[in-house]
Design a protein around this ligand. Structure first.
Ligand SMILES: Nc1ncnc2c1ncn2[C@@H]1O[C@H](COP(=O)(O)OP(=O)(O)OP(=O)(O)O)[C@@H](O)[C@H]1O
Ligand SMILES: [Mg+2]
Length: 301
């Protein structure tokens, strides 16, 4: 479990992380979302003791990182910057790391297989593609069989097969009861991977809820209706708290009414429907909506 309490980081006049409080629970994948510059990497560096908070604190299993007796066995991390000795082979890189932490050689072989680097394990890591480098970074993070895993943008540079692989890996780690905290700004990917979301903007907490709740809250549910009687149906549906938008001839997008209610009302009047469907808002749309005022680096329109 990771617990941040009023966690704050200032760089001069800039507040990168602003009184952030949250808990990352074991057994689920928690996505850490936010626009560029929102403070995700800074927060992760503070979790790992690489940056000192200006105020507040963050603990892993009740202790600050630097007070953990055997950190590599408790927290595995992949941070943004690649820190791989380029002259070494992947296997030697992992072996060196294992040896300095009393981890048996057998575990090195295990993680090489786990991340799918077997065929290139003897090659120099400096020749690795971005995706292979990410896999090696993940292998390093998992070497100590940690109960808590912190990954900063692990999907960066991975091809579709790699993205699929990491999704299953993260879900598997969570299913084993581990605490999995993973940052991304790829909303569609997080929608498939994360059970819970912590969303930040300009260093502040914007949301801390399940992925389903986040989508439902950020953009209201709409029902899409297609009917040759769209005009009459529109009049029939309009009322207090109901919005009806037209999205082309014969098509209505209805807010504020349950899908059953719309179908029932149409049936009462004998109006034919060609489509009646719940319009699922995407996480992408929900994210854009929620972080609209908190975007640090916005493209000029
Ligand atoms: N060492 C530093 N010195 C000064 N400012 C910094 C430093 N590190 C980060 N910042 C600033 O703090 C803010 C948060 O940066 P951070 O890297 O944590 O964001 P992020 O959410 O990880 O963004 P991204 O999605 O681009 O990775 C940014 O405005 C950044 O410029
Ligand atoms: Mg970052």
């Amino acid at each position: 479990m990771i617990q941040a309490s009023e966690l704050t980081k200032r760089y001069g006049a800039k507040t990168a992380v602003d009184e952030l409080s949250f808990t990352v629970q074991p057994g689920v994948v928690t996505g850490f979302l936010g626009p560029n510059g929102a403070g995700k990497s800074t927060t992760m560096r503070m979790i790992l003791g690489l940056d000192a908070p200006s105020a507040g604190e963050v603990t892993v299993n009740g202790r600050r990182y630097r007070d953990l007796p055997a950190p590599l066995h408790q927290v595995g991390a992949l941070l943004e910057a690649r820190s791989i000795h380029t002259g070494r082979s992947a296997a030697n890189h992992l072996l060196a790391l294992a040896q300095t932490h009393g981890i048996p050689r057998r575990r090195v072989e295990e993680v090489i297989d786990l991340v799918g680097l077997r065929s290139v394990a003897r090659k120099r890591a400096g020749t690795f593609s971005l995706g292979m480098g990410q896999r090696l970074g993940i292998a390093s993070a998992l070497l100590g069989d940690p109960a808590t895993v912190v990954l900063d943008e692990p999907v960066n540079g991975l091809d579709p097969e790699g993205i699929h692989w990491i999704r299953n890996l993260l879900r598997g780690l969570a299913a084993e009861g581990r605490t999995v905290f993973v940052s991304s700004h790829l909303m569609s990917e997080m929608a498939l991977t994360a059970d819970h979301l912590i969303v930040v903007g300009r260093g502040r907490l914007l949301a801390d809820m399940t992925t389903g709740e986040f989508i439902a809250q950020a953009s209201p549910a709409l029902v899409r209706v297609r009917s040759p009687h769209a005009t009459r149906l529109r009049e029939l549906l309009l009322g207090d708290g109901v919005t009806v938008r037209s999205d082309g001839p014969g098509i209505l997008e209805v807010g504020g009414l349950a899908i059953e209610e719309i179908g029932d009302r149409a049936a009462t009047e004998g109006l034919t429907l060609h489509e009646l469907s719940a319009h699922q808002a995407s996480l992408e749309a929900a994210f854009m909506e929620m972080t609209r005022d908190a975007v640090e680096y916005e493209a000029a329109a």
